[in-house]
Design a protein around this ligand. Sequence first.
Ligand SMILES: [Zn+2]
Ligand SMILES: [Zn+2]
Length: 322
Amino acid sequence: MPKTKMAGSLLPPISRLQRWFAYCKLCFLSLFYSANPGDDWLLEFMFQPVYHLVELVVPWAGPVFVGLVCCLLSSVVLIMYLCVLPTVLPTLGMPARCVHLLLAHWLLVHVVFNFKHAVCVPPGTPSWAVVDRSKVSTCKKCFSPRPPRTHHCSVCNRCVLTMDHHCYWMNNCVGHFNHRYFFSFCTFTSLGCVYCCVTSAPLATEAYAAQKAATEQGHRNGLLLYMWVLCGGVSVLLTALTLWHMRLVTRGVTSVERLQNRQNQKELRNKDQCFRNVYDHGALENWKRFLGVRCRRDWLCRVALPSSHPPLNDGYVWSSGS
Ligand SMILES: [Zn+2]
Ligand SMILES: [Zn+2]
């Protein structure tokens, strides 16, 4: 070993300088290296700080968002129980009172049940033990199998069966096994917010007038206005999101596939060919498959009532539509 040390120290200064320069040049060029020269490497390079920031923020952003959703939901439920229902219900007849209570609690149970399942149920990750190795490709990022409709989530750094998107509000990927819970949560939360807004509208109007005239400065008025504004805003945003997902389900595509299909459509149009989504079985059949409905009774047991049934298929094998 002394020989090596001696050889290194005996190198002429110019050679060491050259080696140092070559090393720096290599480091600099490595910043621009791309395995695929066709990629937009400059854009990728410029977005590196953003990727690093996302990597730093993501681990704690998810739990914070889930906690925020829980706090907002709890606050609305408390205000409904303490301020709205005790004032509104006595003014109604018995049948209307029963309908109100049934509707309110049906929505509440659905919201809590679907949120809990959307957060806790894993979306489904492909396993080599289940697939035929000769028939599926391998993910270049996590080296797991990629059955049809599987996509890699860059946030979770894993492949997800029938991936739709990564949801920060759920701190979970939306995929094959929890997509229905995510959709049901959006639907019932939108309906719940509309219900809260409509039920509390007369009280919120009175509270607004009292605040404006400065005749009454109670906490109750502030709480009513807070709930009304929150539910109004959430109902608008969430209804738009729900309608968007309804459209995707009707067409038998996920959010990721829609982007891919648009690209494929463009390419095929340039070749005077038509694109066809092979997973589209027609609107009604697509909905039945998405909701896990096998017979008429399931519309009541599996859709109208909270249900934790699994999807009809395993997420690996997909039949194509006619
Ligand atoms: Zn992957
Ligand atoms: Zn994810």
